[in-house]
Ligand binder design. Structure first.
Ligand code: ATP
Ligand code: FE
Length: 355
């Protein structure tokens, strides 16, 4: 089985070809055309600019993915496309492109939930078996899910306000670092002192594995402004220390809440418990290592995809498409784009995430 995957739900236009052979997934090509430079002057992703850029880049990205895999449409079994959730203009661009290709080639069309793409990535990279506990931590989401199958995810808890990726991006903006904020803040944090500024660890006093990150952002703003009013500005050391303190707080919350989610999960006595992490923030080394240490101490297996498959890509969409094709979940040509699409019906609507 060989699928083309298309992803355009945020600010990356991506196309990839993935093959399932002998029960294993193999990424034959994965093209990611980033729009970072287009949005740089605005300090965040501008939906209209993103949508236009996707329409310009989709066809060439798809051709590049096919060329890199040395395949043509005749070698494919289906076309998988992100049908939500995300910035609607971009999702519409991808869905319409996939529909056109499907109509022209006669290949089946598969609409993929972007979050399922992130959450199923460990099955592509590690062949991880169901069920497993997934911490999905990205630019717009943060949730603990039990992945039962490619179409059934059970939510144990998650953020009640912002997503950590968004907090990383805002932190970068407040400190004059480039977007996307995650890698920039992580880099500064490696040189900083995580103990100098003490940031809150919200909701640790509350049972369960819900989280909150909006207070952290406010605390960072206050700490920054206090430094500016005391000293007239921020030194590079101040900035690095703020980043290190912020990252340490996010890491501590994710570790402690993962401990609780794991407790909940272990009470359901899964045979071989595994915690898998995915999404853009899973590319953060301090967070990955922290979670790995937690799992080691609990005797739970841990897995995290390679960095390039944590942030948005189309290989995860092609892979999710393979899983859906196996489950015979093919879509009709009336497939539509969905701005919101929770993986689990009990998921609350995020406040203030802009998504
Ligand atoms: P979602 O998947 O929730 O719809 P998205 O697709 O925009 O949102 P992803 O591409 O999965 O998000 O992740 C992007 C986010 O990950 C950004 O907020 C970015 O700052 C963050 N990120 C990327 N690399 C790192 C890193 N090394 N450390 C922390 N955060 C990171
Ligand atoms: Fe994403």
């Amino acid at each position: 089985r060989t699928l083309l995957g298309i992803e355009s739900s945020c600010d990356d236009t991506a196309a990839a070809v993935v093959r399932l052979k002998d029960g294993k997934g193999r990424v034959l090509s994965s093209i990611v055309a980033s729009q970072t430079e287009l949005h740089a002057a605005f300090g965040g992703v501008v939906p209209e600019i993103a949508a236009r850029a996707h329409t310009e880049k989709l066809d060439t990205s798809i051709q590049s993915a096919l060329d890199a895999a040395q395949l043509g449409f005749g070698d494919l079994d289906a076309i998988a496309v992100t049908a939500g959730p995300g910035l609607i203009g971009g999702v519409v661009a991808g869905v319409m492109c996939a529909k056109g290709l499907s109509a022209a080639t006669g290949l089946p069309l598969i609409g993929v939930n972007h979050l399922a793409g992130h959450a199923l990535t460990p099955r592509l990279t590690d062949g991880l078996a169901f069920p497993y506990l997934m911490l999905l931590v990205s630019g717009g989401h943060c949730q603990f899910l039990i992945a039962h199958s490619a179409t059934r995810f059970e939510r144990l808890g998650g953020t009640i306000d912002d997503a950590p990726g968004e907090a990383f991006d805002k932190t970068a903006k407040l400190l004059g670092l480039p977007q996307p904020g995650g890698p920039a803040v992580e880099d500064a944090a490696t040189r900083g002192d995580p103990e100098r500024f003490r940031f809150p660890r919200p909701l640790l006093d509350r049972a369960g594995c819900d989280m909150s990150f909006s207070g952290l952002k406010t605390a960072l703003l206050r700490a920054r402004d206090a430094r500016i009013s005391d000293c007239g500005g921020l030194t590079v050391t101040d900035r690095d220390d703020l980043c290190a303190g912020f990252q340490r707080a996010v890491r501590d919350v994710l570790i402690e809440k993962s401990r609780r989610a794991l407790q909940q999960y272990l009470e359901m006595s899964p045979a071989a418990p595994t915690l898998a992490v995915a999404g853009g923030v899973a590319a953060n080394t301090a967070i990955r290592t922290g979670l790995e240490t937690l799992c080691d101490s609990l005797g739970v297996a841990f897995t995290a995809p390679p960095l390039r498959l944590c942030t948005d890509n189309a290989a995860m969409i092609a892979w999710a498409g393979i899983e859906l094709l196996t489950a015979q979940a093919v879509d009709p040509a009336t497939l539509t784009a969905r701005p919101r699409w929770p993986l689990d019906d009990r998921a609350p609507v995020l406040i203030g995430s802009g998504k």
